[in-house]
Design a protein around this ligand. Structure first.
Ligand SMILES: Nc1ncnc2c1ncn2[C@@H]1O[C@H](COP(=O)(O)OP(=O)(O)OP(=O)(O)O)[C@@H](O)[C@H]1O
Length: 259
C-alpha cells in the first residue's frame, strides 16, 4: 500500500511574504513514500487544519519540518531555507507541540511554562518577575492558572496538554506546528483551545499548522483545511460545507481505497 499526497496550492493566499513555503516535498520511510510532490504556500497570519486518516502522513510532515526526518524538496520558513537553520526553535522560527511529550522529573507547572521564554535568556541567567508574570498570563489564557503550583508529572493528560500550550504561547514563534493539541481535552477545553488558536492568528499574527481529528470545532474557524487523505489534497477555506464534505469523504470506504 503506497500513500501518495499531492498538495497543489502553490500560490500565496495573498501578497504577503509566505511564513512557510513548501516546494515539491517528498518524505516517508524506507520503501513507503507518504508525502509526494507537496506544495504549500502560506502567508502570515494563517490557520490551517490538517486532517486525514490515521497513518496518512500528517505527523510525518511535521517530522520533516522539524528536522527529524530527511526529505526531498525545498522548505522555507520566513524566507529562510529550513535546511540551513540549525535549530529553528532556538531562533524563534518555529514552535512544535508533538503528539506526546513527557517530562521525566518533578517540576512545578509555572517553572515549565516560563521555560517558553528561553530565547530571551542566556544559558545561566534566571527568569525575571516579568517572565513569571507572562507565564501566569499564558496559563490564565488556556484556563489553567489553577495548576500553576502543581507538580506537572502528576497532572492528567488533558491538563498537561493545556500547560504545553501555555508554554508554546510564550515561545512567540513565527510558525506553530501543533500535533493534535486537543486530543485529550474535554468539550469545554477543546472549544477554548480553538478559540485561543484563533486569537494567536488574528491578534498575534501567527501562522499555525494544526493536525486534528476534531472536525466538530473547525467549521466556525477562519482559515483553511488540508485533507491529506485526498489523492490530490488542496487548501480549502474552512466552512461548515467544506468540513461536512471532508467528513463524508473520510467516512467513506472510497477514501480508504485511495491510500
Ligand atoms: N520510523 C518509521 N518507520 C516506518 N514507518 C513509520 C515510521 N514512523 C511512522 N511510520 C508509519 O508511517 C505512517 C504515517 O505515520 P504518521 O505518524 O505520519 O501518521 P498520522 O497521519 O500522523 O496518523 P495519526 O492520525 O494516527 O496520528 C504510519 O503508517 C506509521 O506506521
Amino acid at each position: 500500500m503506497q500513500a501518495v499526497n499531492s498538495v497543489l496550492s502553490n500560490q500565496p493566499i495573498n501578497n504577503q511574504q509566505p511564513t512557510i513555503n513548501i516546494e515539491n516535498l517528498v518524505a516517508g520511510y524506507e520503501q513507503r513514500v507518504l508525502l509526494r510532490n507537496l506544495f504549500l504556500c502560506l502567508p502570515t497570519p494563517a490557520f490551517v487544519a490538517i486532517i486525514g486518516h490515521n497513518g496518512c502522513g500528517k505527523t510525518t510532515l511535521f517530522r520533516a519540518l522539524t528536522g527529524q526526518l530527511a526529505y526531498h524538496g525545498h522548505v522555507e520558513v520566513a524566507g529562510q531555507d529550513l535546511r540551513q537553520v540549525r535549530r529553528p526553535a532556538a531562533t524563534g522560527l518555529l514552535a512544535h507541540l508533538p503528539q506526546r511529550s513527557s517530562v521525566g522529573f518533578p517540576i512545578e507547572v509555572l517553572e515549565l511554562v516560563v521555560m517558553g521564554r528561553f530565547r530571551h535568556h542566556s544559558f545561566l541567567s534566571t527568569y525575571t518577575p516579568h517572565d513569571y508574570a507572562l507565564a501566569e498570563a499564558a496559563l490564565q489564557r488556556v484556563g489553567a492558572l489553577h495548576l500553576a503550583r502543581r507538580n506537572f508529572t502528576q497532572l492528567s493528560g488533558g491538563e498537561q496538554q493545556l500547560v504545553w500550550l501555555a508554554q508554546l504561547a510564550l515561545q512567540d514563534a513565527r510558525l506553530y506546528l501543533l500535533d493534535e493539541p486537543t486530543q485529550q481535552l474535554d468539550v469545554y477545553y477543546r472549544r477554548r483551545v480553538f478559540n485561543l488558536l484563533e486569537e494567536w492568528v488574528i491578534q498575534a499574527g501567527k501562522t499555525i499548522l494544526c493536525i486534528t481529528h476534531d472536525l466538530d470545532n473547525l467549521a466556525v474557524l477562519p482559515g483553511y483545511l488540508l485533507n491529506l487523505s485526498r489523492p490530490e489534497p488542496v487548501l480549502q477555506p474552512l466552512s461548515a460545507a467544506v468540513v461536512q464534505a471532508e467528513r463524508a469523504f473520510l467516512e467513506s470506504e472510497e477514501s480508504l481505497a485511495v491510500k
